[in-house]
Unconditional design. Structure first.
Length: 263
């Protein structure tokens, strides 16, 4: 598979952050507030004008703060899209739909709500025989690590660029997804592209019978995302990033530089 498709899938969401503008409660959903609009908004506010908040630096600070959140969010989207495409390619699924997984839950007022995970390894649909055997053996190893029974259908993945937050609401939602995945015959896995995840979270998720793959260069495919990609799916994701690091770094740094400016 050519790097060009994978690069596009990874970078396309990230580059969207370059156009981020803060909204200040008045910006349009699409565009946010421009520098000139901000200077007018804060300049006509007596208090903010008196204390000097109607400045280019203040606008740049707001843009950088929200822009970094946008960048991390879009980076997560890029990781998800890349991971799912590689899954499709390496498994040789006959239908790309097998690479995704969702279930219906009951929300407030009894309304149905569809919840999605980012990727799936459906063993019976994997046409690459070598990968199918790798997946079966890998799932068995992870289940031994978690002290869990081997599921019948395969594995489902929640893909993230990193996991710095200790938000209990997010963790509880993750654990709910874990329980449903097991009930549907799937091993739940959190695939983290970076090594940025709190140890307490790793322990909590593993104690709730979720596998965790982090972006380390360890050789163990039950722990390292990059070892898993190479040894189980047969694609060297680490080599992809190293091969294309210069291009990716240039694009990401351009986004960051833009977000740090007032213009």
């Amino acid at each position: 598979m050519s790097d060009s498709l994978y690069l596009r899938l990874f970078l396309e969401p990230v580059l969207k952050s370059k156009t981020y503008r803060p909204r200040f409660g008045v910006g349009s959903i699409e565009g946010g507030v421009s520098r000139d609009e901000f200077l007018s908004l804060y300049g006509t506010d007596p208090f903010y004008a008196w204390i000097g908040l109607n400045s280019d630096l203040m606008y740049a600070a707001h843009r950088a703060a929200g822009g970094m959140t946008s960048l991390y969010r879009q980076l997560g989207v890029g990781c998800e899209m890349l991971f799912r495409q590689i899954t499709c390619d390496q498994t040789a699924y006959s239908d790309p739909a097998f690479a995704s997984w969702s279930y219906v839950a009951t929300a407030s007022a009894g309304k149905p709500k569809t919840l999605k995970l980012d990727a799936r390894l459906e063993i019976e649909q994997i046409h690459n025989v070598h990968v199918a055997n790798n997946v079966r053996q890998w799932i068995a190893k992870v289940c031994r690590l978690l002290d869990a029974n081997t599921p019948t259908n395969g594995a489902v993945f929640e893909v993230r660029q990193g996991y710095k937050s200790k938000d209990s609401k997010r963790q509880n939602a993750d654990i709910d997804n874990t329980a449903v995945a097991w009930s549907k015959g799937y091993l739940p896995i959190f695939a983290i592209f970076s090594a940025q995840i709190d140890t307490d979270i790793v322990l909590r998720y593993r104690n709730n019978r979720s596998g965790i793959l982090i972006g380390s260069m360890a050789d163990d495919p039950t722990i390292s995302l990059y070892a898993f990609m190479k040894e189980v799916l047969g694609y060297d994701l680490a080599a992809f990033f190293m091969r294309n690091s210069q291009t990716i770094r240039s694009q990401v740094q351009d986004v960051v530089q833009t977000l740090l400016s007032a213009s």
